[in-house]
Design a protein around this ligand. Structure first.
Ligand SMILES: CCCCCCCCCCCCCCCC(=O)SCCNC(=O)CCNC(=O)[C@H](O)C(C)(C)COP(=O)(O)OP(=O)(O)OC[C@H]1O[C@@H](n2cnc3c(N)ncnc32)[C@H](O)[C@@H]1OP(=O)(O)O
Ligand SMILES: CCCCCCCC/C=C\CCCCCCCC(=O)OC[C@@H](O)COP(=O)(O)O
Length: 271
């Protein structure tokens, strides 16, 4: 009898854990970090063999290795506006930033020769940090804004010299409070200095499947909307504010329209 109880308990515990949404939340989060770290460990020698070191071409390897991760987490991406990425030469991509999960959507649509601007702390994130460096990510120190501006001015030159595209999160930090945070200006200075177009990309709200406070991480669909490019030819630093405002307004309305439709199609979130 004791043995039967033991077996029943042994079967019940994992079942209870599995059905507990808090357990699923922590499990998925830990899995995500651990799996990305492991993938990065594989990516390091591949990148070094391919390019011998830091090179934007390594992003092809990173993109290829990351694309399956969504299946483990029960996430789907629904992308619209692919045609707007068929732009020749360098450009600046700007997108909203809700979570480190954005990396999955980013890798889903990442164009060739495109790397990112990231906070410098990311370089210390173990194997992931090293892969970011190998992928040519441009690191900025947000606490030393003059340094950050200089790094971004250099990046504007490199974009043109090496035909590189850069992905910037103009909110400057993660934001899951709904809507978009006011934009920082760096992305717009970058595009104007290099005289390259801006391609805005909007991720729909994660709030219908991922709730940090409530410890919910369900399955869900993320809509990614690629908006038409905004030309910056002939613009100067006087145009930065209007360029930023225009981009913000376009992205905010796209965010609300795709987030409403995704919430409806996924049904209300569980609480
Ligand atoms: C198999 C492998 C698995 C592993 C997997 C790998 C994953 C590989 C994916 C990783 C993915 C990474 C994802 C990271 C994501 C983040 O790390 S997000 C955080 C870092 N990114 C950012 O912060 C970018 C956005 N920030 C900016 O652009 C900010 O403007 C800056 C440059 C940091 C400056 O900060 P600030 O001074 O606070 O900003 P702001 O209020 O905009 O500017 C103040 C003044 O300076 C002026 N200014 C700003 N920028 C400039 C400029 N560049 N030039 C001249 N003047 C400027 C402004 O115009 C403004 O002047 P006024 O208009 O007031 O006169
Ligand atoms: C030392 C800090 C770095 C923390 C990284 C922890 C290890 C991550 C391991 C696996 C996740 C893979 C995806 C990594 C890319 C995450 C990029 C990211 O989302 O960085 C946060 C940054 O956009 C804004 O930071 P804050 O919201 O201002 O804070």
């Amino acid at each position: 009898m004791d043995g039967l109880w033991m077996i029943a308990l042994l079967l019940l515990i994992p079942l209870l854990l599995w059905t507990s949404s808090t357990f699923v939340f922590y499990f998925k989060k830990c899995f995500y970090v651990a799996w990305m770290m492991l993938l990065a460990l594989f990516a390091i020698p591949l990148c070094i063999l391919k390019s011998g070191g830091r090179d934007v071409e390594n992003m092809r390897i990173i993109r290829g290795l990351v694309r399956h991760v969504k299946y483990f987490l029960g996430l789907r991406f629904d992308v619209s506006g692919w045609e707007h990425l068929q732009t020749e030469g360098p450009y600046v991509i700007i997108s909203n930033h809700q979570s480190s999960l954005d990396v999955l959507g980013l890798m889903e649509i990442l164009p060739d020769r495109c790397t990112m601007i990231a906070k410098k702390e990311l370089i210390y994130a173990g194997t992931v940090g090293l892969v970011c460096w190998l992928g040519g990510i441009v690191f900025i120190n947000r606490k030393k804004t003059n340094d950050a501006k200089n790094v971004m001015a250099d990046a504007a030159k490199t974009m043109l010299d090496d035909q590189i595209r850069l992905w910037v999160f103009p909110e400057g930090t993660r934001n899951q409070r709904g809507g978009l945070l006011p934009f920082k200006k760096g992305a717009f200075h970058l595009a104007v200095q290099a005289q390259v177009p801006i391609i805005p990309i909007v991720f729909s709200s994660y709030s219908n499947f991922y709730l940090r406070k409530e410890k919910q991480f369900n399955s869900g669909t993320i809509r990614l909307k690629i908006l038409p490019k905004i030309d910056t030819k002939g613009m100067t630093s006087d145009d930065i504010s209007s360029l930023s405002d225009k981009s913000f307004n376009l992205m905010r309305s796209a965010f609300h329209s795709i987030s409403d439709s995704v919430t409806q199609s996924n049904g209300p979130s569980r609480h």
